[in-house]
Write a protein that binds this ligand. Structure first.
Ligand SMILES: Nc1nc2c(c(=O)[nH]1)N[C@H]1C(S)=C(S)[C@@H](COP(=O)(O)O)O[C@H]1N2
Ligand SMILES: [Mo]
Length: 523
């Protein structure tokens, strides 16, 4: 092979190195867009920029030539431009370093301009192109280093030096690096873009969704919320609401294609669309949700104002058979929960299909567009998110997700109480301070909360006015704190006159019990 030929070959490899670096650039940008700034995909931002700047006649030409494929044609065009530009960057980096790196840097700067000038961008929109450009430059530098050492080894024999083995090793190293980087960039980039596209569009649909106003709303009584610093708010903001599910990625369900199927032991199979469900009439329900995994004093409990439709009204359309005793609800992602049929048909119990949470459509991670909420039952046996099917059946015939995994098929919430303030491990100044928290006994209601300091007498705390028996109440006890360390214990009594169980039990198989005892240091 002549020197000239060899040079030509290395130019081609440099172009490949450039293209691989371009792919790494885009993949890193797509991945970071997915993680930190969903709206800042450089490819789409540049694409939108092109659409915006292209003159009208050219747009019309594109539409008349490619029809509905005009966007795809644009993306293919952009793809070709990226390939050519990054190939050129690769060649530049080989023959005139660091021109290639500078070229990628310029591409990064242009992408930052494209992502940050879009309407309504998030503050971190500059990050994906920056991370992309850095990753691309690193890839390019390493690939070209490999290429240069291979080139040296290949050219050297004519100067009578390095053995042919060196050439093979250097060539292998270059191709291994280029292959691994290119393949992983393709996989990561395409996956990140696909996930982003799927979820972003449902997020946008959710944002644009206007739920009809409730036919009736919950009256919040005077004194429902105590004003104590550090206490849990009466309603848990959606952003603070605990999340528990088995979903690796949040399922994205378009309400337009969502269907609810009621089948199994019913007179007639029923299928409802989102609009049909909503048209049954939405009402407000204040219900406190609790997870079976909540330990005594834990955070896996939250209160929300739900907007929804009674499940019994929907079940009635199908006509459940009298020999059925369980409803197996199923989520789009295959998760299932077993709920006693009676809990869902009981006239006195507000078991609902919720579509709204604290004044907005359900957040995606809390089950958009429809989830179940059943007062008095732990979430895993009742609160199926992204619900799409209710199968009327029996406990004998069917089993839910958690049943073979060490949790009971039936699990009513065990009533409990929690100390929110003073916080454990934080010392407080001596003097009069409030000890406060929340207590819940869904479907029954809290009668009283009692607090004991060290080995003293049990003292009754003041309670907030309950909204209903399905929501928690707040409690507070004023305490003249003396210096030293003190144990504060709390327990609740429900409206049936039962005492919160003192004996501690683990979360499995059907929920924790015990009294929370908190060590507080007073200075
Ligand atoms: N689809 C689906 N729904 C689910 C779960 C799940 O894993 N998948 N987890 C349940 C559990 S264990 C609880 S405690 C509640 C939690 O609801 P949240 O995440 O909205 O607080 O959802 C329930 N619904
Ligand atoms: Mo849970």
């Amino acid at each position: 092979m002549s020197k000239q030929n060899r040079r030509g070959t290395f130019i081609v490899f440099a172009a490949i190195a450039g293209v691989v670096s371009g792919l790494v650039f885009l993949a890193a940008a797509e991945l970071s867009a997915l993680l930190v700034a969903r709206d800042a995909s450089p490819v789409l931002a540049v694409g939108s920029f092109v659409i915006d700047v292209v003159p009208q006649p050219l747009k019309e030409f594109a539409i008349s030539t490619f029809g509905e494929f005009d966007k795809i044609a644009l993306l293919i065009g952009l793809g070709l431009a990226v390939v050519i530009a990054s190939a050129v960057a690769g060649i530049l980096q080989l023959v005139r370093p660091p021109l290639g790196v500078i070229a990628l840097g310029i591409a990064g700067a242009l992408s930052v301009a494209a992502t940050t000038t879009r309407a309504g961008v998030t503050p971190l929109a500059f990050l994906p192109p920056v991370i992309g450009a850095v990753a691309g430059c690193v890839a390019l530098i390493f690939l070209c280093k490999r290429l240069v050492s291979w080139q040296r080894a290949a050219v050297a024999p004519e100067a009578g030096a390095a053995p042919a083995d060196g050439v093979t090793i250097d060539r292998r190293r270059f191709f291994a690096l280029a292959g691994i980087a290119g393949a992983s960039a393709l996989i990561v980039g395409i996956t990140a873009r696909a996930v982003n596209a799927a979820t972003a569009s449902v997020a946008a649909i959710r944002k644009g969704l206007r739920l009809p106003p409730p036919r009736s709303s919950v009256t919040i009584p005077e004194g429902a919320e105590l004003e104590v610093p550090g206490i849990t708010p009466l309603f848990t903001p959606n952003s603070d609401f605990y999340r528990v599910d088995t979903a690796l990625t949040v399922p994205t369900v378009d309400p337009a294609t969502w269907r609810l199927v009621i089948d199994g032991m019913v007179d007639k199979r029923v299928e409802l669309t989102f609009d049909q469900l909503v048209e049954m009439g939405l009402e407000e329900y204040a219900i406190t949700l609790t997870c079976v995994s909540n330990v005594v004093g834990g955070e896996l409990v939250g209160n929300a104002m739900w907007l929804g439709v009674p499940i019994r009204d929907v079940l009635q359309l199908a006509g459940p058979h009298t020999d059925a005793d369980m409803v197996l609800s199923r989520s789009v992602d295959g998760y299932t929960a077993s709920t006693p049929l009676s809990a869902l048909t009981d006239e006195g119990l507000d078991a609902i299909f919720a579509v709204g949470m604290n004044g907005e459509p359900l957040p995606l991670e809390h089950g958009f567009p429809v989830r179940m909420v059943v007062p008095g039952l732990y979430g895993y046996v009742s609160a199926t998110k992204w619900v799409t099917e209710l199968k009327v059946t029996t406990f004998e015939k069917d089993e839910a997700y958690w049943t073979p995994r060490g949790y009971s098929a039936e699990a009513p919430i065990k009533f409990s109480s929690r100390i929110d303030t003073p916080k454990i491990g934080k010392s407080v100044a001596a003097g009069r301070i409030p000890i406060a928290g929340v207590a819940w006994a869904q479907t029954v209601g809290i009668e009283a909360v009692e607090v004991r300091i060290d080995d003293g007498d049990w003292q009754r705390a003041d309670l907030s006015t309950p909204i209903n028996t399905d929501t928690w109440v707040q409690w507070v006890l004023e305490w003249d704190a003396t210096p030293g360390t003190h144990y504060v214990t709390v327990r609740a009594i429900n409206k049936d006159g039962e005492m919160q169980v003192e004996e501690s039990a683990p979360i499995a198989p059907d929920g924790s019990t015990g009294w929370q005892r908190s060590l507080i240091s007073v200075t």
